[in-house]
Design a protein around this ligand. Structure first.
Ligand SMILES: [Zn+2]
Length: 481
């Protein structure tokens, strides 16, 4: 494939201009803003794009912190997806290898979306620079995607048609290994179920009351019986949003619970969802209450794209094996490796064994014993959780890859990931990701036939299925409850 010998020029440009973006990543880490209120983070990232000559539109798809930056015109149109939301309760002091909140009860970047956000913007800017320099035709679009962790912002962006006309979309994510994502993730739907009953004095007139709280409890009992009869890999989680009140001497007239139904495929989730709704109706019948429900978020399963993954893999092979870590960095990572529980470490070990099964190049036990930073490249990695990148993959050929940004065994959504988020190891990972992403995007401008190939792969992967939004047309994005 012709690539105009771009790699070395692009990598050098990224190395020479990284400081501003590493600073941006550290600032996002400081902001640690939650879903739908990532105001400073969105302003910082969209500002960087604007400063670099992108045309920026803000406040899209009903979300103040959603933005799109565009450069160029015509086909192909290549999208880069960026995330920048943090997680509740994960505030942690940087570089401290024990659990120690920076702000008690505060939020933290436990999924590394600070590095994710800043490096994707950097990649988009590098792509623009070389499109101009090499006279490459087409459009690069940066999608600032709010609320990945809770709320599924991309489902609302898909509903708003923001991805219409995009030929391919790409991103990366901090990961336990380096590699492209060929399989996963799990589909899920978040539904709230509310019951309305009749309040009464629990001692004097309980016969006049109809308890909404009882209805929620009976729904939970019903779902417990359901769990035996759903497909393997499916999970049903719940939380109380409103237990009615704090006084047991009142028959609670209102109560509400939130359910997440998760399964390998959205079609399976939909089936289970219908059964959960029936259980809620049954609970309402038993308690003489009424019930209503609302789907508030949805995450489709991810459909990988071979054409895009092949681009990622080619550039991962150029970037990852050339990484070196200093003795100081290894010692830093070692302290964090020591904080990971043996069962968590075993889980990662088993996952890597599964991913490399039959490949004699990977001695997984030795790797886990010897390494403090898992700097290896695994061809194809798997997502064990859910991501709203999945929703985009149903409407546009889409893929993402993983890059290591911290010590071996660091779990996602952990204080350890937050603590290491400003380290030189995180910065290195972020630059690796920027290089792979920028080059993969440029591949599509150098060889526009890749967009046609990606579309063919995408059609094969869809196999006649189409994306179905479960969000009501009038549902507003935002914290639910
Ligand atoms: Zn994440």
């Amino acid at each position: 494939m012709k690539n105009l010998g771009l790699e070395q020029e692009v990598y050098k440009y990224i190395d020479d201009h990284k400081e501003k973006f590493l600073e941006a990543s550290d600032k996002l880490w400081d902001y640690a803003e939650l879903q739908f209120v990532e105001h400073q983070s969105a302003a910082l990232l969209s500002g960087l794009l604007e400063e670099a000559g992108f045309q920026v539109e803000r406040g899209l798809a009903g979300m103040e912190t959603c933005f799109v930056g565009t450069f160029g015109q015509g086909k192909p149109v290549i999208g880069i997806l960026g995330e920048y939301d943090a997680l509740t309760g994960l505030s942690q002091k940087a570089d401290v290898a024990e659990k120690c909140a920076l702000i008690p009860g505060g939020a933290g970047h436990g999924c590394g979306h600070n590095a994710f956000g800043a490096s994707t913007v950097f990649a988009a800017i590098a792509v623009k620079k070389f499109m101009e320099e090499k006279g490459l035709k087409g459009t690069v679009k940066y999608f600032g995607c709010p609320a990945e962790e809770v709320g599924g912002g991309k489902a609302f962006m898909v509903r708003a048609g923001l991805f219409d006309g995009v030929d391919a979309a790409m991103c990366w994510h901090p990961w336990s290994y380096n590699g492209y994502l060929r399989t996963g993730s799990l589909a899920n739907v978040n539904i709230t179920i509310k019951f309305h009953g009749i309040g009464a004095h629990a001692g004097a007139t309980p016969h006049l009351g109809r308890s909404a709280l009882d209805a929620v409890e009976l729904t939970n009992v019903g779902v417990n019986y359901l769990r035996e009869h759903i497909v393997p890999g499916a999970r049903v989680h719940y939380a109380y949003l409103n237990a009615g009140g704090k006084n047991p001497n009142v028959v609670q007239p209102e109560a509400e619970a939130s359910y997440i139904i998760r399964a390998p495929k959205m079609a399976q989730v939909e089936e289970i969802l219908e059964r959960v709704k029936k259980i809620a109706q049954g609970a309402a019948l038993m308690t003489e209450t009424t019930t209503e429900h609302k789907v508030v978020a949805m995450y489709s399963e991810y459909l990988a794209n071979d054409t895009i993954c092949n681009c990622f893999y080619r550039h991962l092979q150029e970037v990852i094996p050339n990484t070196t870590y200093t003795e100081e960095e290894k010692a830093y990572a070692h302290q964090f490796k020591m904080t990971v529980s043996p069962s968590q470490m075993d889980t990662f070990r088993d996952q890597l064994k599964e991913l490399t099964a039959g490949n004699p190049n990977y001695d997984v036990d030795a790797l886990f014993d010897d390494k403090d930073i898992m700097d290896i490249l695994v061809p194809s990695i798997h997502m064990y959780a859910s991501s709203d990148v999945g929703n985009v993959s149903w409407v546009v050929p889409t893929s993402h890859f993983g890059v290591v940004i911290d010590a071996v065994g660091t779990p996602a959504h952990s204080w350890q990931r937050v603590a290491q988020g400003k380290s030189s190891i995180a910065h290195k990972g972020m630059i690796h990701a920027t290089k792979v992403l920028a080059m993969s995007c440029l591949d599509f401008f150098v060889n526009p036939t890749l967009a046609d190939q990606a579309k063919e792969d995408w059609k094969k992967e869809l196999a006649g299925r189409t994306y179905k939004s479960l969000l009501a047309d009038d549902l507003k994005p935002g914290p639910q409850g």
